[in-house]
Design a protein around this ligand. Structure first.
Ligand SMILES: [Zn+2]
Length: 313
């Protein structure tokens, strides 16, 4: 079997506590070593100078838009772009049309992913039927179909009672409920972060509190149910702090940050470029720093892309 040498890349592998410029050796589908290997004779060498060599990345917050909006994205196109970026596994959100709220829908995602033959795809099931927030989806059936977690992402679960039942029910399967934390009354009509910039531009804002009240609510609900809660796309300083306090109390809460929320601010909207409009919105420099701090100290557990971010309704 032929031996492949990936030469002189920056090899990063947290599982091996490895971060150094070195060679990686591969035979067939197996990694057979790193560093100088005088006894190995590569059939092929890839020059990885200036590049990062690491295990395939996992993006746990991706919108593949299939079924229903194939003109925007399909499972095949989304996973092709994942692979191009070094991401070999993605978890896809259920805000498709129809929503991923049945066992058959979850199975469909696996089938399409297999047909595409790109990245591994793990469907996330809807918490409520049609993501309408009224009635719990077939949680058990979705687990059968391979759903790895549950969320109504794109929308919050407005009813605290339903969110409570979702946390109780998913707990039986040891699956997490993923919270798109947004109080829709507070964000109604908003197109950007509420603050100095929105005032300057004369645009209606979405206050940080709209996110924080829901994070707070869901952490309390995770506390009384013992369910696993994950807060999606945390964008505010106080949001990070709420998760930190929740963890200190022993509540099973994890958090996620998206690159745009810790690299860009609402000042980007000064050009009126609508590419900078998203939900939750880009916030301020005073939010960016605590998010980075949260990533460093482990309050925020993952970086996910939220590809592509939700447009504000
Ligand atoms: Zn969301």
């Amino acid at each position: 079997m032929n031996t492949l040498r990936i030469a002189n890349g920056r090899v990063i592998d947290p599982s091996q506590n490895l971060d150094q410029i070195t060679d990686v050796w591969i035979r067939g589908e197996h990694l057979i070593g790193h560093g100088p290997q005088p006894n190995l004779h590569p059939a092929q060498t890839i020059d990885a100078r200036g590049k990062i060599v690491c295990p395939g990345l996992i993006d746990m917050h991706v919108h593949l838009r299939e079924p229903g909006r194939e003109e925007d994205e399909t499972i095949a196109t989304g996973t092709a772009s994942a692979i191009a970026g070094g991401v070999t596994s993605v978890a896809c959100m259920p805000n498709t049309e129809p929503a991923l709220d049945t066992q058959a829908a979850a199975e469909f995602v696996y089938l399409q992913a297999e047909r595409a033959g790109n990245a591994n795809v793990f469907p996330i099931g809807a918490i409520t039927k049609g993501r309408q927030g009224v009635e719990l989806a077939e949680i058990g059936g979705l687990v059968e179909g391979g759903a790895v977690a549950f969320t109504d992402d794109g929308s919050p679960v407005v009813s605290a009672e339903i969110m409570r039942r979702a946390l109780e029910y998913t707990r039986m399967f040891d699956k997490a409920c993923l919270s798109h934390a947004e109080d829709l009354e507070l964000t109604k009509g908003g197109v950007m972060n509420e603050g100095v910039e929105s005032m300057r531009l004369g645009l209606r804002g979405m206050p940080a509190a709209a996110e924080e009240v829901m994070i707070h609510r869901d952490i309390e609900l995770a506390g009384i149910t013992g369910g696993r809660l994950h807060i999606l796309h945390v964008s505010t300083a106080r949001g990070v702090e709420l998760i930190r306090r929740g963890k200190e109390r022993g509540i099973r809460v994890t958090g996620e940050a998206c690159p745009h929320h810790f690299t860009l601010t609402d000042q980007c909207l000064r050009t009126f470029d609508s590419n900078y409009q998203m939900s939750p919105p880009l916030r301020t420099q005073r939010d960016i720093e605590p998010i980075i701090e949260g990533l460093k100290d482990g309050t925020l557990d993952v970086i996910a892309t939220d590809h592509a971010p939700h447009a504000p309704e």
